[in-house]
Design a protein around this ligand. Sequence first.
Ligand code: BEZ
Ligand code: FE
Length: 294
Amino acid sequence: MRNISEDTITQAVLASMDGCGDKRLHRIMTSLVQHLHAFARDVELTEQEWFHAIQFLTDVGHITDDKRQEFVLLSDTLGLSMLVTTQNNRKPAVCTEATVLGPFFVDGAPLFENGADLSNGAPGSPCFVSGRVRGVDGEPVVGAWVDVWQSDEDGYYDVQKVTDAVGDMTHSARGKVCTQADGSFHFRSILAEAYPIPYDGPVGRMLDALGRHPWRPAHLHFWIKAQGYEPLITHVFRAGDQYLDSDSVFGVRSKLIVEWVGHEPGIAPDGTPMDIPFHTLDYDFVLNPTGSDA
Ligand code: BEZ
Ligand code: FE
């Protein structure tokens, strides 16, 4: 393989992978090389621009650690995460749509009884959340685990905050509740507020250079798992938020937008006397049964 030219380099790279025994890897790498080369030709990439891109990816790697996943942020802000989510979650229209997982999910969040306060001291105005989990025929889904996580009123998730002396994180504004016989669940937490994704790194600089902002509209994250149904990873977005039409990670779907209802001091839905204003949110989820090919 010698004297490879501008015109023959793509074919040479593709041929170099002929010995790949993994069909899927071969297909992915073939397409990747074709698209990368086509891209470089299309924009007539300069050496300086190539080096700049390498430097950018190096910076993305350097800032990434177990608390900060800049590669996920890059994928999210380029719309790749939502594209992959959408094309892997095609389901009947009656089902709740999926959105990006995001970088702030924590496996092993604490379990709570229905009605518990998940906020665990996270700063924010009180909010009482209720909902039901159903199947496509309206049947209640009993025993579904509803894993919920959200940022506080300052725009931070617990994982972004300082850990204790031994490096352990204190869970707050996150937890799991289990659906009851009628498919319902409820818990207390705090009011979701809009917040910017972390923008003090290379992805933030990229957004800035592109004239984009880093904000996400106020939302609650849900990951619902139930036997016999496909898992659902989604958000519920707060109606009226100024960033609904410019979410920095392209995750908003109209059917996921809902009114958080404001209340003056009084009795909360779970009977708690409240001497400060509070909000309520009620939202129902519809799961797709496993094995459905819609
Ligand atoms: C989030 O909503 O938690 C999130 C999603 C994508 C990027 C950053 C944050
Ligand atoms: Fe979020």
